[in-house]
Every structure is written in structure tokens, then in C-alpha cells.
Design a protein around this ligand. Structure first.
Ligand SMILES: [Zn+2]
Length: 213
């Protein structure tokens, strides 16, 4: 079956799209963030190394990230296909991946910066119980008060305009060369991520040449 990478900025909805795609086509959704957390939870040797690096404020080097990826893709459930999410983050990782497996496509969920910014600014969290709320979607019944626990519903500290602009700039600087590399290999399928989630999914399936249910 298909071996895919999904790319898109935080707030683009790529995680949701990856899950929808994986569920219907017997693919494994591999979230690299989850894989890392799994290693740390399970206390594997890699997990210990990662935990120490992160605790010390260091980035996890490509050599370790690539090792984690190679291990994960080698597991049995991946042999029927996968949607890889959160990797590759740079050009070296992209090249490593293409050497490791023949990819079928790279799904690029495109959302303009202004739209992503608005989405991030609509996010809220309960200061007491940590429940996620959203002024554009699941908003609390009474403004500013958590339905679950009555706590104060507030914006996340890192969702202020300056921090969001910095994240967008970082994202574009990091991913531009990766996308360029995948385009040179004729792998990129661009989809309009501003549409409703089920329409985005339809466009992905058409772009990949998959039967649309
Ligand atoms: Zn709450």
C-alpha cells in the first residue's frame, strides 16, 4: 500500500488528515512526536538518551532521530503502508528517508499564515483541568469558564502574536528546503488546507489517486 509523508504547519490540521487517511486505507499513522514520547515512557535506551538531551535543553541530533525512525519503520505494522507525520524536519532527514524507503507521495497541507495565525489565536485551554477549547470550534458554553470544571479558560502563553510569528518563520525556514527537495523528486501533492476537514481529505485522496469512498 501507500508510503506517505504529510507536511503542514502546526494548526494546519495535518494530524487529523493523517488519521482520517490511515483509518480508511489500512495505513499506520506515525506521529514522530508520539514515537519519541513512547520511547521515553517505555524507558528504552534511546528513550533515556532522548530524555537526557531534552532535559538538558539540547536538540535531539539527526543521528538519533534517524535511528528512531528506522526502528519504527522496520516494525511489522508499517509493512502495509504508513503516513509519516513530524518527519523529516530538515534536508538531511529528507535524504535519509528517501534512501530508506521508496515514498509514494508527500502530502503538503497548505494553509496561509494569516489563517494559521487566526486558528492559533482562537485556541484556549482551561487553566485548571487542561481541557482544550477553541473559540472557532469547541467553545465553552459560558464564555471564559470551563464546562468540565468551572476553571478559567485562557489563551495559551505561546499563542501570542509574537510567538506565533516566530513559529511561522521557523517553520518556513525549516520546511522550504525539504519541500523543494521532495518537489525535485516529483513527490509533492499540494492540498488546500483552508477547506472543511472532510473536503481536505477528499482532495488528498484524489491527489494520491486513491478511491474516494
Ligand atoms: Zn477545566
Amino acid at each position: 500500500m501507500g508510503k506517505y509523508v504529510i507536511m503542514g504547519i502546526q494548526g494546519s490540521g495535518k494530524g487529523t488528515q493523517a488519521k482520517l487517511l490511515a483509518a480508511d486505507y489500512d495505513l499506520v499513522h506515525i506521529s514522530m512526536g508520539e514515537v519519541f514520547r513512547g520511547h521515553i515512557r517505555a524507558g528504552t535506551r534511546l528513550g533515556e538518551t532522548i530524555r537526557e538531551l531534552v532535559a538538558g535543553g539540547h536538540l535531539v541530533p539527526d543521528s538519533i532521530v534517524n535511528q528512531v525512525l528506522r526502528t519504527r519503520l522496520g516494525e511489522g505494522d508499517c509493512q502495509s503502508g504508513f503516513v509519516l507525520d513530524g518527519y523529516p524536519r530538515d534536508l538531511a532527514q529528507a535524504a535519509f528517508l528517501l534512501d530508506l524507503v521508496p515514498l509514494d507521495a508527500v502530502i503538503n497541507v497548505v494553509v496561509p499564515d494569516a489563517v494559521v495565525t487566526a486558528r492559533m489565536q482562537a485556541r484556549r485551554i482551561c487553566a485548571d483541568c487542561g481541557h482544550d477549547w477553541n473559540l472557532q470550534g469547541r467553545r465553552p458554553q459560558r464564555p471564559g469558564i470551563c464546562d468540565d470544571c468551572g476553571g478559567a479558560v485562557v489563551a495559551r502563553e505561546d499563542d501570542n502574536p509574537v510567538a506565533i510569528a516566530a513559529r511561522l518563520a521557523d517553520f518556513h525556514a525549516q520546511t522550504a528546503p525539504v519541500l523543494e527537495f521532495f518537489r525535485e523528486h516529483d513527490l509533492v501533492v499540494d492540498v488546500d488546507g483552508t477547506q472543511a476537514p472532510d473536503h481536505v481529505q477528499e482532495e488528498i485522496r484524489r491527489g494520491l489517486g486513491l478511491p474516494v469512498a
